[in-house]
Design a protein around this ligand. Structure first.
Ligand SMILES: [Zn+2]
Length: 109
């Protein structure tokens, strides 16, 4: 038995043993839920609900955080390039938003 094989208690449905080849097309009759990222079989209910195993979920959230940082940074750069063109009302909105951002960053001013 390899570590990737799911352990099933006796009496459960028998796994499909008709695999003739190793095609990458998912078998619609496969009863095992697999990680959307690496196709590792998922057994924990939380992992099945999430669609990812714990390792890939952590990797994904780290990648999402990195992507959000890059997005916010790019938007701040765009704002910095245009702030000189804004009127008084828009500047008040921007100043208020920047106060919120600085508060979120721990009041570092
Ligand atoms: Zn995975």
């Amino acid at each position: 038995m390899t570590p990737n094989e799911e352990r099933r208690p006796a009496g459960n449905r028998t796994p499909n043993k008709n695999h003739k080849d190793e095609t990458s097309v998912p078998d619609a009759a496969d009863p095992v839920t697999r990680c959307s990222c690496c196709a590792h079989p998922l057994t924990a209910a939380a992992s099945v609900a999430r669609g990812f195993g714990p390792v890939c979920a952590a990797r994904q959230s780290a990648a999402q955080l990195r992507a959000r940082r890059e997005s916010v940074s790019a938007r701040l750069d765009a704002l910095a390039a245009r702030v000189g063109l804004l009127g008084a009302d828009a500047l008040a909105v921007v100043a208020s938003g920047l106060d919120d951002v600085l508060d979120e960053l721990g009041g570092a001013r």
